[in-house]
Design a protein around this ligand. Structure first.
Ligand code: SAM
Ligand code: DTB
Ligand code: SF4
Length: 364
């Protein structure tokens, strides 16, 4: 095990990111092997339980209602639908199901109660359950924990400075506060971000400062390459090169030795050789399933073939932490508080978000 350092500076991280590639890879792979089995990769299946129609203005997101993106919005899935999908994921080697909802934040009420029941149902299938539902209060985090939630995904997405260039309907501190609320429970923290949104290398290092100085560091960190979706403000961003992805993964591995680093959005653009380099550089998790939330992902069979070719094995559930116990709704110690938290709305103007919104109005 390496000693985890919690006071990384931006310059230290930049110096790592910019090392000659062979040195960067060697250092990252060495740290990776000290902390993880290099032949084991955790597999998570994404499930969009509530798609589209979101009130936020996240410049990368096809689910923001204000942009015109051809996404078919759906109501909250039923518990039966979720159970069927989870069983399917389990049969193809997934140890975790990550349920995503296109919400700004969780509101107490019937829909959240239904999500809690989904968490109970999947935990009883002996799979790790993750949710990504937007901002949550401490009470909501406690209720998810009680239902048997294993992880909560809440991304910082970029540096604090660049975040303001992408989203105006919430602030960076709201994200940090939600992570803090999750940390007050036994639920593990999954937090990462996106590269390829037009940010510079300093912003990537800034995001890694924000993540690595959390104490404890996130148990898992998704590294997404932007999927530039037509109609979003970021539709014209050029794809990130594989070398940037490899550098980002390796740097994440070095500054967060114990974290599971997940190759997330953008894998359809990556060759097997590219992904193999990322695994060598310290990635040890993927999102699997034919779809991410709304955009394509490599076929499950293709991924299993890749695993076979590389001699990788899917990680068993609860390898890193014991399975949480599910408390039934009737025995719950936490009632819904019906709080109205004051998550911020900075509402500064982001020109490209405004332009995409105007374009959408013209189309609609
Ligand atoms: N609504 C919740 C929230 O924003 O926290 C949860 C769902 S949201 C879609 C989860 C994450 O997906 C975002 O934080 C972002 O990192 C990622 N994401 C969304 N659209 C993406 C895109 N086009 N390319 C890459 N990652 C994307
Ligand atoms: C994360 O970091 N990436 C996943 C998951 N957490 C929820 C989502 C990727 C979404 C990509 C765009 C889409 O399919 O809508
Ligand atoms: Fe909504 Fe989440 Fe998409 Fe932002 S990233 S628009 S909050 S679904």
């Amino acid at each position: 095990m390496s000693v985890t350092k919690h006071n990384w500076t931006k310059q230290e991280i930049l110096d790592i990111y910019n090392k000659p590639l062979m040195e960067l890879l060697y250092e990252a792979a060495t740290i990776h092997r000290k902390n993880h089995d290099p032949n084991v990769v955790q597999v998570s299946t994404l499930l969009s339980i509530k798609t589209g129609g979101c009130s936020e203005d996240c410049g990368y997101c096809p689910q923001a209602a204000r942009y015109h993106t051809n996404i078919e919005g759906n109501d909250l899935m039923t518990i039966q639908q979720v159970k069927a999908q989870a069983l399917r994921a389990k049969s193809t080697g997934s140890s975790r199901v990550c349920m995503g909802a296109a919400w700004r934040n969780v509101k107490d009420g019937e829909e959240f109660d239904q999500v809690l029941e989904m968490v109970r149902t999947i935990n009883k299938l002996d799979m790790e359950v993750c949710c990504t539902l937007g901002m949550i209060t401490e009470n909501q985090a406690q209720r998810l924990a009680e239902a048997g939630l294993y992880a909560y995904n809440h991304n910082l997405d970029s540096s604090e400075e660049y975040y303001k260039e992408v989203i105006s309907t919430r602030g960076y501190q709201d994200r940090l506060d939600t992570i803090d609320n999750v940390r007050k429970t036994n639920v593990t923290v999954c937090s990462g971000g996106i590269i390829g949104m037009g940010e510079n290398v300093e912003d990537r290092a800034g995001m890694l400062v924000a993540l690595s100085t959390l104490n404890p560091q996130p148990e898992s960190t998704p590294i997404n390459a932007l999927v530039a979706v037509e109609g979003t403000p970021l539709e014209d961003q050029k794809p990130v090169s594989i070398w940037e992805m490899i550098r980002m993964v390796a740097t994440t591995r070095i500054v967060m030795p114990e974290t599971q680093v997940r190759l997330s959005a953008g894998r359809t653009q990556m060759t097997r050789e590219g992904q193999a380099m990322c695994f060598f550089a310290g990635a040890n998790s993927i999102f699997a399933g034919d779809k991410l939330l709304t955009t394509p992902n490599p076929d499950v069979n293709e991924d299993m073939e890749m695993f076979k070719m590389l001699g990788l094995n899917p990680q068993k559930p609860f390898t890193k932490k014991v399975q949480p116990q599910t408390v039934e709704a009737a025995e719950s110690q936490f009632e819904a508080l019906g709080e109205k938290p004051k998550w911020t709305r900075p509402k500064h103007t982001i020109e490209r978000n405004e332009a995409a919104k105007e374009k959408a109005k013209a189309v609609k």
